[in-house]
Ligand binder design. Structure first.
Ligand code: ADP
Ligand code: MG
Ligand code: MG
Length: 212
């Protein structure tokens, strides 16, 4: 079934709610290996994105405008490193669905995959460097693979969700090569990366959305 601007407004609201519910937990994770603001940053960014997106008129705004509004709002609301990373992700998604009045399942999976790629390119992080890329990349790979085998959207994002959780959990045993945590050496071992954790929450929200 086609995904409309209205559906995407619902998705951004869903993400904002799920991130808000985990705000303090994300700050605690960041407190252990960063500066403790990750929950506040993601909450502010997702809230601002949902508000900007929710203010669009679905009769006027195509999906590309939704992602572009989200990118701008997220960037303006967030001073932390997650700001430009998610702004880039949303911009890339907007570009990937340019000129589409609504999104097919393939369009939506492609938009998801280019978000992951955008984060990776903007942050210049490879998988295994204890960042949000460790959640996003395996999730995007899983969604693309399951979609290529002809499965429905719900199944694509079920598998993406599973891969995201595994990728996130695996950051516990990694040294950090990017961001603040990279200055802490082996003191980060035993701690999940906060950006990987918030990414897993977002991807779980998308999986919930894809099941509806
Ligand atoms: P800050 O460190 O500026 O306070 P946040 O707390 O919002 O920013 O985000 C920290 C998260 O950002 C980290 O847990 C990590 O997942 C992610 N991150 C940091 N640097 C990079 C990078 N170069 N590439 C990808 N992700 C990164
Ligand atoms: Mg931080
Ligand atoms: Mg900070």
């Amino acid at each position: 079934m086609a995904i409309t601007t209205k559906d995407l407004q619902h998705l951004f609201a869903l993400i904002a709610g799920d991130i808000a519910a985990q705000r303090d937990h994300l700050c605690e994770l960041d407190g252990a290996i960063g500066d403790g603001d990750h929950g506040l940053a993601m909450d502010a960014g997702c809230e601002a994105a949902a508000k900007a997106v929710g203010g669009l008129d679905p009769a006027q705004a195509a999906p590309t405008a939704v992602f572009n509004a989200a990118a701008k709002a997220f960037l303006n609301a967030v001073g932390a490193s997650s700001g430009p990373l998610y702004a880039t992700a949303f911009m890339r998604a907007g570009a990937a669905v340019k000129d589409k009045p609504e999104l097919s399942d393939d369009d939506f999976v492609r938009a998801f995959a280019v978000m992951a790629q955008g984060i990776q390119e903007r942050g210049k992080a490879e998988p295994g460097e204890k960042t949000m890329v460790d959640t996003w990349k395996p999730a995007a790979d899983a969604a693309l693979k399951v979609r290529a085998s002809g499965s429905a959207l719900a199944e694509c994002f079920d598998m993406a969700d599973r891969a995201a959780r595994q990728g996130c959990e695996a950051t516990r045993d990694l040294l950090a090569a990017k961001g603040r945590a990279s200055r802490l050496g082996d003191r980060v071992i035993g701690h999940i990366d906060p950006g990987a954790a918030s990414a897993a929450i977002i991807i779980a929200s998308i999986a919930k959305f894809a099941r509806h």
